[in-house]
Design a protein around this ligand. Structure first.
Ligand SMILES: C[S@@+](CC[C@H](N)C(=O)[O-])C[C@H]1O[C@@H](n2cnc3c(N)ncnc32)[C@H](O)[C@@H]1O
Length: 439
């Protein structure tokens, strides 16, 4: 029983879907940590997890799968080289090429990226690589930069002779490469994930989505969407292409790679002049992650009034039947491919209790406008009604970040804080909301 609760905790905190690696594997990790803590009672261990961040991190380090190697899959790295040399450099003279590798594991992927960029002639100061992972042990290993045979599985070509030197226990990466990667310990599930950082021209997110369920995959991809420049390129793993929402991204046709660009048109590999097919997302975007790009934020530009009331939402909509629309196309839900008014439609679905449909439409809306606080708000209300409390809170924080004057978001957050016994936070949210009415 406690193991199931621990699985639930891992799901909430790092997005791990227990079916992806199996309960038995999670159970083994839990047992190892219980042994290390000299605990034999699962309930006691669960309580320790909820009070000790150190032990929670130790379990995360134990349970995550860090399997990786240099130039894994090869083709995505070739495509990256082409993209930079044939397109990006031409359209961004004098600019710094920014890459995100999430998850980076022990560093093989971001270091491979650095080598590719050096090989196409970029100097260290002409690119920036942020490499993120939740596993602290693995990040320390990445910073050390010493690799054994398991990290080289034949995809690396002559990179070893050019970018490594031999040491007693393997091969150490040369300082020129090591210094070009910025390792960060962060959790993709965090509401403030990489907030305040500049967005990226290329994102490698390979072999992480496979550990998430569909909903978490959708949320993760939305975050990556917001982190990618309009003309940027997203790389996912070969088993993950089915997770990518084609309302948000279009696939780049290239054998052996699962690369995507923003917009709805299919893109044939590299375009010559740095342009991608026009999609709804080709807009002036801010270059910092998730900042509202007008004084009021974008959320009220369509003057949408959400009829789903924050306080009433759970009881009002949770009782109705929930239909599955995962495999429906957008056109099936909204005839004549009329994509306008998605949020209004979503609100109608939500009010009828058709929560899956409503949530799905909110995600589509966020695909069209990643800065829509209203869409985040409505999605939060829907997810809460579906019982995903932490996820809902994360969405509310996103909405508030985009629109600090969103009355309903403030009231809803106050409700969450009250239910969690954080009366001080609740009072702060309510005071902020009250001020909005007074002004
Ligand atoms: C299989 S490795 C993938 C490494 C590399 N991208 C590749 O494809 O070779 C998966 C990594 O995901 C990391 N991870 C799992 N959940 C995460 C999360 N919520 N946020 C950040 N990293 C996470 C794990 O720590 C692990 O190192």
């Amino acid at each position: 029983m406690a193991t199931q609760i621990i699985e639930g905790l891992l799901k909430e905190i790092i997005g791990l879907d227990s079916t992806s690696i199996g309960s038995a594997t999670i159970n083994r990790s839990v047992r190892r940590r219980m042994l290390a803590c000299k605990l034999s009672d699962e309930q006691a261990y669960f309580e320790l997890l909820t009070t000790s961040r150190i032990e929670l991190q130790a379990l995360i380090d134990e349970v995550t799968v860090p399997e990786t190697w240099f130039f894994r899959g090869v083709e995505p790295f070739r495509l990256l080289a082409e993209y930079v040399s044939m397109e990006w450099q031409k359209s961004h003279p004098g600019k710094i090429f920014r890459v995100l590798s999430i998850p980076c594991s022990s560093g093989e992927e971001p270091y491979s990226i650095a080598m590719v960029l050096m090989d196409v002639g970029l100097k260290k100061e002409q690119f920036h690589i942020d490499a993120v992972d939740i596993n602290t042990r693995i990040i320390d290993r990445a910073k050390l930069g010493v690799y054994g045979g398991n990290s080289f599985r034949g995809d690396e070509g002559d990179a070893v002779s050019r970018y490594f030197h031999e040491v007693t226990n393997g091969y150490e990466i040369n300082d020129s490469v090591r210094g070009s990667v910025n390792f960060i310990h962060e959790n993709l599930m965090d509401e403030n994930f990489l907030c305040g950082r500049e967005i990226y021209d290329a994102i490698f997110c390979r072999n992480l989505l496979i550990y998430f369920d569909r909903q978490t995959q959708a949320m993760a991809l939305l975050k990556l969407y917001g982190l990618l420049t309009v003309q940027g390129m997203l790389f996912v793993g070969h088993a993950e292409s089915g997770c990518v929402d084609n309302a948000l991204f279009s696939i780049v046709r290239r054998e052996g790679t699962f690369a995507y660009r923003k917009g709805k048109e299919v893109v044939n590999a590299i375009s010559s002049g740095g342009k991608v097919a026009d999609g709804p997302n080709v807009v002036n975007e801010p270059n910092v992650v998730n900042r509202p790009n007008s004084k009021d934020g974008l959320s009220h530009k369509n003057n949408i009034k959400l009829s789903v009331r924050a306080e009433a939402s759970s009881s009002a909509i949770s009782g109705s039947p929930v239909k599955k629309v995962i495999n429906k196309t957008l056109a099936e839900v909204i005839p004549n491919r009329n994509y306008e008014g998605l949020l209004i439609k979503a609100t109608q679905f939500a009010n009828r209790g058709e929560l899956d449909e409503a949530g799905w439409l909110c995600e589509k809306q966020l695909g069209l406008d990643a800065f829509s606080a209203d869409a985040y708000y409505l999605l939060a209300v829907i997810r809460e009604a579906q019982g995903h409390i932490l996820f809902s809170q994360e969405l509310l924080h996103r909405a508030l970040y985009l629109d600090p004057k969103h009355y309903q978001v403030l009231i809803h957050l106050a409700g969450h804080a009250e239910r969690q016994g954080d009366l001080a936070a609740a009072a702060t949210y309510r005071t902020r909301a009250k001020r909005l009415i007074e002004n």
